[in-house]
Design a protein around this ligand. Structure first.
Ligand SMILES: NC(=O)c1ccc[n+]([C@@H]2O[C@H](COP(=O)([O-])OP(=O)(O)OC[C@H]3O[C@@H](n4cnc5c(N)ncnc54)[C@H](OP(=O)(O)O)[C@@H]3O)[C@@H](O)[C@H]2O)c1
Length: 201
């Protein structure tokens, strides 16, 4: 059940982040008359979301302070680690915060970030996604969620039918979602390779 006053924030407006953030923002506006806060390192990438009514933050720190739930979509492990460090050093009360990382990272990185955030009293979930940008724009990604059940219950209203066509819940340990994601990528590559080889034969 969504908490009507829940404040949502999004860090990272690359091609996937922009698509997912816009869909969540549209849902917030139509269901709760609220807006999504956002931050992106390159400010211009937030112009479209701002034009739709999204609330621009000047830093990760400001976004963390203004949000109960912080979604992250960044390019790689180092980017997410940097963003998580900025959240931790923001000085905002973390015991009430939920961090959800949609980036594809190494499972070990996910585990370490989860431990860091939990040590600060925050809750953390990993939610890597399957599907390319056009699928994200349509809100039809396949997402893998791993984290505390209470986090899932809090963010579920923003998943299926908003960013996702389906949600796979894969356990309480965040790194399990990354294991599924990386295994899924290997299977997809193997499948593609097989198709290429069949086409060659
Ligand atoms: N693209 C796909 O089809 C696809 C599909 C499934 C999953 N994924 C995964 O989804 C994630 C995002 O992919 P994407 O295609 O959206 O990537 P992208 O377009 O390259 O966007 C990357 C985002 O990360 C930000 N970023 C990079 N380094 C940063 C740092 N040090 N500090 C703060 N922000 C930083 C970028 O900010 P700037 O704008 O400032 O550069 C940008 O917002 C990746 O983990 C990718 O593997 C992608």
């Amino acid at each position: 059940m969504a908490i009507p006053s829940l404040r949502l924030g999004w860090v990272g407006l690359g091609s996937m982040g922009n698509a997912m953030a816009k869909n969540i923002h549209a849902y917030l506006q139509s269901h709760h008359d609220t807006s999504l806060s956002f931050y992106n390192r390159t400010p211009s990438r937030g112009d479209a979301l701002e034009a739709l009514g999204g609330e621009r933050c000047a830093s990760v720190s400001e976004l963390a302070t203004r949000s109960d739930v912080v979604f992250i979509s960044a390019s790689d492990d180092a980017a997410v680690e940097s963003i998580v460090e900025q959240i931790i050093s923001s000085g905002s009360e973390l015991t009430t915060k939920i961090i959800v990382d949609t980036t594809t990272t190494h499972p070990n990185t996910t585990k370490q970030m989860a431990e860091k955030l939990v040590a600060q009293g925050a809750q953390f979930a990993a939610m890597p996604v399957f599907g390319a940008t056009p699928v994200a724009e349509q809100g039809k990604l396949l997402v893998a969620f791993a984290g505390p059940e209470s986090v899932y219950e809090t963010i579920a209203p923003f998943l299926k039918g908003v960013v996702a066509r389906e949600v796979l819940q894969v356990g309480k340990e965040p790194e399990k979602a990354m294991l599924l994601k990386t295994t899924g990528c290997v299977v997809a590559v193997a499948h593609q390779t097989k198709r290429v080889n069949v086409a060659r034969d």
